[in-house]
Design a protein around this ligand. Structure first.
Ligand code: SF4
Length: 436
């Protein structure tokens, strides 16, 4: 992992929603030092903004799911008219996505939105852009300039500049596209700089993960504004997830990227969940809630593990303490694979043995696994909250011979006797099996 690239910093939100800072590391224009803010997670509502009740419900659901910032589309006047009430009834910074009508941007600013997103490909009229910049400046609002692949803007010296950049990128696989994107950004941002406006973030999305990686890498070398990462039109969750994670991980591990949006053709709550999981996985955000690990299953499973894992995953969302829970298909390899888990279930033939920080606490039939496991998770969480237990203090680590007989596999010839049960601090202690 490389250190985060220093950028200017922008702030989104107000006293009521809380302020989300994006980027940092370069002093403010008044010389005040800034430090890189944690990478934030954004998403966009899927419903109509003018359908106020549904829009509010969707925004609140996304915020409760962990979205730091939520964007809404405002294609029509009735959408910007709805914003005022939506903003009053939600508690997360709202971005108005303005595509074709600069008037929508002005109306959104007037309604109290916290940030504007402009697409240089669609709002090109210099006077209109200046009007939006001035409106945002007056209210201290930042603007995201989103130059997607395919955006087109004209500039007088466009051909000349593209030729220059074309030389720079002549050996590059995506050289032509990169030269267009950077040319467009330079021209568009010049309008902002002429207005002494620097509260800007940049995005440069494509549906091709390799273009996204190349575009943001080159943009990060040329502009010091914070970067909003994303793969556009990534597709359904199943494939879009891979596409997005491939591009965003490559950039984030290089220190590039200050806020992310994963986009799916699906309920945006998945964008939030997967964006958070990506940041958790890279160690870029402190986990809120349970860290669930589960075995991929193999020919050893003797319970319906896929269903169990999904049921456990859903039930665990009620727990906000970052305990580590392992759901393993067998006790043969499960203990090693569940290393570091606070609470673990090892399944056998229609049964499951449950451990809490190295202590065997239950051995229950399959139909009782979910409720018993959840009871132990809740109990462990309460002990952590009361200071009676510490997360990650001990690990589950059972050394074979395995107690298959205890789990009812019928191999009782191997099941009798003791297994060695080792606590994290070392020192094997005997664990009697077959007597639960
Ligand atoms: S924990 Fe057991 S069932 Fe699951 S993948 Fe490992 S060996 Fe297979």
């Amino acid at each position: 992992m490389q250190n985060r690239r220093p950028t200017r910093q922008i702030s989104v939100g107000d006293a009521r929603t809380g302020i989300v800072r994006i980027g940092g590391g370069i002093p403010d224009r008044d010389g005040t030092p800034t430090t890189p803010a944690p990478v934030s997670v954004q998403t966009m509502t899927a419903g109509y903004t003018h359908d106020i009740d549904k829009c509010v419900a969707e925004i609140n659901k996304l915020a409760a799911g962990g979205a730091d910032i939520v964007r809404v589309a405002v294609p029509e006047k009735k959408d910007t008219e709805a914003l005022k009430e939506i903003i009053q009834r939600t508690q997360v910074p709202i971005v108005a996505d303005v595509h074709f009508h600069f008037q929508r941007a002005l109306e959104a600013v007037e309604a109290g939105v916290h940030k504007i997103r402009l697409n240089p490909g669609n709002i090109q009229d210099r006077k209109q852009v200046i009007d939006v910049i001035q409106a945002c400046k007056a209210k201290g609002l930042p603007i995201r300039v989103g130059v997607n692949e395919g955006s087109i803007i004209e500039r007088k010296d466009k051909q000349k500049r593209m030729k220059e950049l074309g030389k720079v990128f002549s050996e590059h696989k995506h050289g032509y596209l990169l030269s267009i994107m950077i040319t467009k950004l330079e021209e568009y941002l010049d309008i902002f700089y002429e207005q002494d406006f620097y509260d800007i973030s940049i995005s440069a999305k494509s549906m091709d993960a390799s273009i996204v990686i190349d575009a943001y890498t080159e943009i990060s070398k040329r502009f010091d504004h914070p970067l909003h990462l994303g793969v556009t039109h990534a597709g359904p969750k199943e494939t879009g997830c891979i596409r997005s994670v491939a591009a965003l991980s490559a950039l984030l591990t290089q220190g590039i990227g200050d806020t992310i949006r994963i986009s799916y053709a699906n309920d945006p709550i998945y964008e939030v969940q997967d964006g958070l999981e990506l940041l958790y996985s890279l160690g870029m955000k402190t986990r809120i809630g349970v860290d669930l690990i589960a075995c991929p299953t193999c020919g050893r499973i003797q319970v319906d593990l896929f269903t169990l894992i999904q049921d456990v995953r859903k039930a665990l969302t009620a727990i906000k303490t970052p305990i580590k829970v392992a759901v393993m298909g067998c006790i043969v390899n499960g203990p090693g694979e569940a290393e570091g888990a606070d609470v673990a279930i090892f399944a056998g033939d229609r049964r499951g043995i449950i451990y809490v920080q190295g202590e065997k606490v239950d051995n229950v039939p399959e139909e009782k696994i979910l409720e018993t496991l959840m009871a132990h998770c809740r109990d462990f969480e309460q002990r952590v909250l009361r200071g009676e237990a510490k997360l990650g203090e001990k690990k589950v680590d059972i050394i074979p011979p395995d107690p298959i007989g205890e789990l009812g596999s019928g191999f009782d010839k191997i099941a009798t006797g003791n297994v060695e049960h080792v606590h994290a601090g070392g020192g094997a202690v005997a664990l009697t099996v077959g007597k639960s």
